[in-house]
Each structure stands twice: as structure tokens, then as C-alpha cells.
Design a protein around this ligand. Structure first.
Ligand code: PLP
Length: 454
């Protein structure tokens, strides 16, 4: 494709995306396609000859759109908000257009240095101390894996001979921790027997007394406690573990979803003690509005990270000696996208003030919904509403059936879930386009479907 052809189709595709976003509310939120339906629309073999891109554009409507669940739909209340702010969408286009690789400083100095600057802006925006250094990772799952690898290496003295030696090292997280924690612990070689899932209290947060006891028991049995993962905003109910750093253990804070809330000073007590962390992860690609993917990973000691992630023995010198950062040594990937552009565009186009306003709107909508549920007979809340997730259940009706009926209606999308053995419905508020009207509408819909399901 020539730049001139790109110009023509590019304008068309930007128009197409703008139309898609403008008329999103007319579409069913959850994709109604059946398994295999999309695949059946795609020819079995690749084309020998090229065709005009107009045909592909038509097929976006025919093949792709029916199989899309619309995460940016104003009535999307499932999982967690995954906002793709349009400024960051444009930045993504620029990133692809430049086609730059950010593996080392020299392969595109601006990609590395803008990433440093954006991680510093973001650090200030959530008021983390300057002692933390940030790097962009693809997902929170990767960042948590990286954190546990660093914890393992520090505990085993970074010795090349023992790399990978984990016998007897134990990991602690709450029973409500995200599945990525267990996955990271297994992949990092700790083994299922050495992962302790600590019981939670009535608000579904890790019990510090139970953590202390588990650590003491392990020590008494000759094990070596290695790392604690504190979840700041659990997946099921947005519960907040107390942040405690037991002596000598690595403390990783998983604030994947709730980290965005920390741009609001009034939310910061929810991660009180975060300065003690060795590593922190949060996802600007969730509530904040950076188009997927963009995960912020902050560490207190970049030297440890670089020692573990680098394969170059010269990095066993100090990272501070280097004039520039080579970000391939700050994570798993060699090739890296120029993701910092997405943060740069979003921050500059919105400004912190507008981002704060949107998040505060969502917090108010969640409190409003909680109040409706509390005053409605037959319904109850199963968790405190600390941020934007409202977890509710109908006391008599089949809650899974209610959620399925809502989702199949196409008018809203919620997540049925099980909390400590009981079925519930999660209403996660925070899509960029969600106003009070959509929250009120999903509440009416839940009530009427409950009547039909009783
Ligand atoms: C979303 C989430 C994750 C996983 O995030 P990915 O970026 O999809 O890997 C991990 N932990 C928590 C608490 C989350 O909310």
C-alpha cells in the first residue's frame, strides 16, 4: 500500500471507528454469536491475489462486528471497565504508523525516554513516592510473573548457579487474589504446595493475623517465606487487602483495576502503606482509559529487575552506571511497542482534572446503585462498595438466571459470579460512556428479570 492509498483508506477507517463509537448504544452489548459462527465466515485458505481494501472494510461489518462484545458500550457492566479513550486510539495508530521498536534506547530513543517520562507522570498522578521507577508491561499478569521471578532471585542470592532454585520458598496471597497470581507462582517454579491462599474477612480482604500465622507455621516447618501479594481491589468485589510487609519478604501490590482510582486523593487511604512495596502493578488500560494494552509496573529497586531480566552479564554492574535504559532488560519482551504514546495522548487531551471528574462520576453512580439495592425488598449487597463495583444478589431468585437473561437481552452486560459459595451478580460501573441513565436502566432491567426468574 502506498502512503497515498493509506491516506484514503485511513480517512475512511477513522470515519468508520468514529461512527462505531457514536452509535455504540444501538448494538447488543454482549455478542450474540454462537461458537464457530465467525470462523465459518472466513475462507479456509489465504488469498493468492490481493483485493481492494474496500472489500475488507465491508467484511468488518459482516464478519467481525457481530462477534464483538462492546466493552466501550455505555451499558457494559461486566468484568471491569476497559476504556479505550479515543485520544489513545489515535496514539496507537501513530505507534503502528511509526513502526518503531523500543527494545533498546538506540532503537528509538524517543520511545524509551517518553516511556520514562510517562511512567513518572503517572507516578505523580497517583502520588507514589519518587523512590519508585516505572516501566510499561503488556499486562498485569506479566508484571506479577516478573515480580515473583525477582522475589525468587533475590531470595536465592541472584546466583547464576541457583537461578530457578525454589525449594521451600513460599508465596502468600489472599483467597480472593486474581488467578494471575497462582499462574505466576506456578510458572516461576514455586509449586502449588508452596502457594498459600490466606483466608479473608467479612469484607473479603486478606486477614493479617492469618497471614502472620501462615508465615510463622512455614518458618517453623523449615520453609522460607519469600513473597506476599497484596491485592488492592480484588476481582470479585474490589476488596482491599491491608498492606503489610513482613520482614525480609518481597511485597508485590496488585492494584491492576483499582490503581487508576489513586488519581483521586480521597481514594488513596485505600492503599495506605503502599510505599513499603517492592513492586506495584496497575493497569491504565482498565478504568483510566488507555486503549489496551498498557500496564504500569513500578519497582523500588530497578537494579534487581535488570539483574533478573537481563541476559547480558555486563548488567551485573549497576544500572545507575548506564546513561540510558534499555527496556528489553526491564521485562520479558525483547521487541516492545511504543505504548507510552497512548498515555501521552490521553494525559494531554484529557488533563488530570477531566480524568478525575469521570472517575468521581463513576464512584457516585456506584453509591447511587448501592443505595437503590439497599432500599429494595428482596435484594441485598454482598460486599461494601469501595469503588465502582456493586456486588448484589436477589435473595430468592436464581441469580445466574437473572444475569443470563440480562446479558441475552443485549441491553446490558453484567457478570454472574460466585462469592464464597454463593451466586451473585457483579455490576462493574465505569465505561467512559456510562452515565446515571444507563445505571438506572440496568437496575430496572435486573429487577424485572428477577421477577421473571422467580
Ligand atoms: C484485571 C486484573 C488482573 C489481570 O490483568 P491483565 O492485565 O489482564 O493480566 C490481575 N489482577 C487484578 C486485581 C485485576 O483486576
Amino acid at each position: 500500500m502506498t502512503p497515498e492509498e493509506f491516506r484514503r483508506y485511513g480517512h475512511e477507517i477513522v470515519d468508520w471507528i468514529a461512527d462505531y463509537r457514536a452509535r455504540l448504544s444501538e448494538r447488543p452489548v454482549m455478542s450474540p454469536v454462537q461458537p464457530g459462527e465467525t470462523r465459518a465466515l472466513v475462507p479456509a485458505r489465504p488469498p493468492e491475489q490481493g483485493e481492494p481494501l474496500d472489500q475488507v472494510l465491508k467484511d468488518l461489518e459482516r464478519v467481525v462486528l457481530p462477534g464483538i462484545t462492546h466493552w466501550n458500550h455505555p451499558s457494559f457492566f461486566a468484568y471491569f471497565p476497559s476504556n479505550a479513550g479515543l485520544a489513545s486510539v489515535l496514539a496507537d495508530l501513530v505507534s503502528s504508523g511509526l513502526g518503531a521498536q523500543a527494545m533498546s534506547w538506540q532503537t528509538s530513543p524517543a520511545a524509551t525516554e517518553l516511556e520514562e517520562a510517562m511512567m513518572d507522570w503517572l507516578r505523580q498522578a497517583v502520588d507514589l513516592p519518587a523512590s519508585f521507577t516505572g516501566v510499561i508491561q503488556d499486562t498485569a499478569s506479566t508484571a506479577t510473573f516478573v515480580a515473583l521471578l525477582c522475589a525468587r532471585e533475590r531470595a536465592t542470592g541472584f546466583s547464576q548457579e541457583t537461578k530457578g532454585f525454589t525449594a521451600g520458598l513460599t508465596i502468600y496471597a489472599s483467597e480472593e487474589a486474581h488467578s494471575s497470581v497462582a499462574k505466576a507462582a506456578l510458572l516461576a517454579g514455586f509449586g502449588r504446595d508452596n502457594l498459600r491462599l490466606i483466608p479473608t474477612d467479612d469484607e473479603h480482604a486478606m486477614r493479617p493475623d492469618a497471614l502472620e500465622k501462615a508465615i510463622a507455621t512455614d518458618k517453623a516447618n523449615g520453609r522460607t517465606p519469600c513473597a506476599v501479594v497484596a491485592t488492592i481491589g480484588t476481582t470479585a468485589t474490589t476488596a482491599f487487602d491491608p498492606i503489610v510487609k513482613p520482614d525480609g519478604l518481597w511485597l508485590h501490590v496488585d492494584a491492576a483495576m483499582a490503581g487508576s482510582a489513586m488519581i483521586l486523593p480521597e481514594c488513596r487511604p485505600l492503599w495506605r502503606g503502599v510505599e513499603a512495596a517492592d513492586s506495584i502493578v496497575f493497569n491504565p488500560h482498565k478504568w483510566l482509559g488507555v486503549a489496551f494494552d498498557c500496564t504500569a509496573y513500578y519497582v523500588k529497586d530497578p537494579q534487581t529487575l535488570v539483574r533478573v531480566m537481563s541476559t547480558n552479564p555486563s548488567y551485573l554492574q549497576t544500572a545507575a552506571d548506564e546513561k540510558v535504559r534499555n527496556l528489553r532488560d526491564w521485562g520479558l519482551q525483547l521487541g516492545r511497542r511504543f505504548r507510552a504514546l497512548k498515555l501521552w495522548f490521553l494525559f494531554r487531551e484529557q488533563g488530570l482534572e477531566k480524568l478525575r471528574q469521570r472517575l468521581r462520576r463513576d464512584l457516585e453512580n456506584a453509591q447511587w446503585l448501592a443505595a437503590q439495592v439497599d432500599r429494595t425488598q428482596g435484594w441485598e449487597r454482598v460486599a461494601p462498595v469501595k469503588l465502582q463495583t456493586v456486588c448484589i444478589r436477589h435473595k430468592e431468585a436464581d441469580n445466574l438466571a437473572i444475569a443470563n437473561r440480562v446479558n441475552r437481552s443485549g441491553r446490558a452486560y453484567v457478570t454472574p459470579s460466585v462469592l464464597k459459595g454463593r451466586q451473585m451478580i457483579r455490576v462493574s460501573i465505569g465505561a467512559e460512556a456510562t452515565s446515571r441513565a444507563e445505571v438506572a436502566a440496568v437496575w430496572s432491567l435486573l429487577q424485572s428479570e428477577a421477577k421473571s426468574a422467580t
